[in-house]
Design a protein around this ligand. Sequence first.
Ligand code: HEM
Length: 313
Amino acid sequence: MSNPIPTTSGVPARSVRSKTAAGRRSGPGGWFTAPWRDRSGRLSAGKTLCLAGCCLPAVYMTGQWCLGDFTSRPLNQAMLMTGVWAVWFLLLSLAVSPARAIFGLPKLIQLRRMLGLTAAFYTVAHLIFYIAMEGFNLLFVASEIIHRFYLTIGFIAVLGFVALAVTSTDASIRSLGKRWKTLHRLIYPIAILSLWHFFLTQKIDVTLAVLPTGLFLWLMLWRGMPASMERTLSGLFVLAVLAGAGTILTEYAWYALATFVPASRVLAANWHFGRLGPRPSFWVTLDGLAVMVAALLWRWVPRARLGGLLSPR
Ligand code: HEM
């Protein structure tokens, strides 16, 4: 019996159906895979933890709502919070490939679909809360989406998320073949539209939107790096510096082109932490350097202790 060939989608090109009871119903050949089980039908600690993390924002928001801790406009607050969580889960799903390569953890691929679906879930929830805020007046919502640019691009991103979510099943991966990968590359324009929408929803201070944009830059720069540098400490150092510089540029360009705020003063705040505190570029660079240090320390972790984490699936 030949081994299944791992693909970048995480679905074996030639799948071997599990003989366990759970495997008959689930896994590549089945019709349902419980999100806490791996492909062989066994309980997976990593997937269970990831699932708990994905549900946490929803549980937290529900708790806050039930306890009456939300503002006087709970729907608005839930709409804003789900939008922010959608962006962060989108970034987490994009971070899976670099994490796999840098830390040599192929099994992390199992988490990518769950993280992507969670981003899609919070995005759809965000839209539903918006529709609820408008009293479920679908005609009004449609006209707003058509006439307000920031809603138009948000809507296109939501459509993209839904398309990727419905084609994320094992059956779609198999039936679409090579086209699946091409289709799922749409995640990059979707991310750009989502971040742009985020910027446009902010009033004057765009700090909240600049931070995830800087981290997105890091992820894109990593993808553009020569394969020989992807895991090296010098490569990761250069990446941290470039992502930080890109964040400064993005923030400066936004204030210069889209606002009347003196962009040069925001630029100067990157090296003189004043009342504004550290700018997003500081955190992006710090995160990049933290990845570099983690990669260095990871080399000293005894492989034997990591057991299953390192095996291909
Ligand atoms: C039809 C689709 C969408 C609609 C109707 C919509 C609607 C809105 C509205 C009305 C706001 C608040 C604007 C304000 O306070 O002035 C908002 C904010 C936001 N949206 Fe969307 N949105 C959509 C799609 C998306 C998508 C695809 C994402 C990201 C994946 C997203 C992420 C956000 C974020 C991060 C905020 C800012 C939250 C904050 O300031 O705390 N939205 N959206």
